[in-house]
Design a binder for this molecule. Sequence first.
Ligand SMILES: Cc1ncc(COP(=O)(O)O)c(C=O)c1O
Length: 489
Amino acid sequence: MFLPVIDKRKPGSIFRQILNQIIQKIESGAIIDGYQMPPSRELARMLGVNRSTVVKVYEELWALGYVESTPGSYTRVRKRVPLAKITIRDEPQDSVGQSDFPAGLLNSDLYIDPAAYLSVSETTGYIDLQRLVPDTRLIDHKLIQQCFRDVINDPETDPFGYCDIRGFVPLRQNILKHMNLHGIHASDENILMTSGSQNALHLVFQALVSKEDIVVVESPTYSMVIPLLRLMRCKVLEVPVEEDGMDTQILERIFKRHKVKLVYCMPTFHNPTGITMTQEKREALLQICEQYQTLIVEDGFEEEMKYFGKVHLPIKSMDRIGNVIYLGSFSKIFAPGMRTGWIIAHPEIIRKLTNLKTTFDLSSNTMSQAILHQFCQRGGYELHIRKLMRVYRKRMKKALKALKKYIPHGKASWNEPLGGFLIWLQIHSIKKDEDMEKRLRETGVSVGLGKSFFYTEQKGKFIRISISASDEETIIEGIRRLGSALQSL
Ligand SMILES: Cc1ncc(COP(=O)(O)O)c(C=O)c1O
């Protein structure tokens, strides 16, 4: 059996040394598919390290898609699509998707329908289980005040001026560093700052999709991508979301029949279902889109919020040809009012989107970006993420418990998400949405109604609960009210 060699004089942690050596052996074929890894206890003993180090290595190998394991069985090396550039190092990383970019993926026709409009829902007076916005009471206001003061007083920063057209340079650097934690090793030419992910989606569709092009979305999907797609006048095909993510068999059938331009997906904590796509499906989706030279827009809007079990790395981390466009945002993890997000993509795509963004709004908000940079720089962002994880893990547990307690038997079913803010309920007891809307209004709770998440007709009755805006007690009371509304239907 191959045994990693640990050299304590070498820079980098023991964990990294073991991980890198195992990855190297798998990549080179020295450790083959199906190989049964030794039990963690045994490997730890042979290496003379803590068992927890080996467990961490196995977890990381799993997250990177190198091994698979089922409860009670051994960890085995799995057959997989290799990552774009597997360089698990502590030093600065290489860039993603820098290979020759397939020219057919770009399209320059632009179209705007000025008649299109966006709507915002009203929720005042109700227990809010509808809005997908983080609880901004959790923000360290003192720290933000300090960041603001630093920004204003720093002679190097001009927060009142336009910033670089691809975004505030130091914040770009911070985000690139942060994306490394998610297996996305990009460099500066791969990033464009945006005014949130909605702005990013608009830019992507406007720049890369023409009228009549075919776009695939999940069904259900993010509600505000729907008016955008209508605005673009492209043809939309829907692929159902199953318990383990998008149905890739249906996707493949669509690809065999149609020339698809772009697939929009949310593989991690999908909105509205909260579902996380398995590694197998991530690879299948990537493989299909590579084969047909189709763009993937991966919306990582809640990437950080991992509470239970293991969650995979973004599809972008496996991107080899540069066809994956990754969207990130501060909106769900910090505050939507900062209006700050980012796109990680192939430099060709970034160039095109940057030109378009400059035409639209010259630059993103300098002040917000400078404050966020200070926040990251002072370590506030990582701390904030950890704090949110702790708080929302508890809120999610309470919400799931309350659902079991208060939803009358047989009236609804739901699955338990691994993270994020959303729980998707299928309602079994109603014929018309209007009846449910009326009862929910009467009981004083607002939720997301299923119909707003389907491009075409919804199959079944659904509601989306968001635990993002309310505290534990309010969530429990909201779910109790929901239960009583369903009981009376
Ligand atoms: C899936 C998804 N993508 C993108 C967005 C847009 O977020 P923002 O523009 O605030 O970054 C949202 C907002 O709810 C969302 O749920």
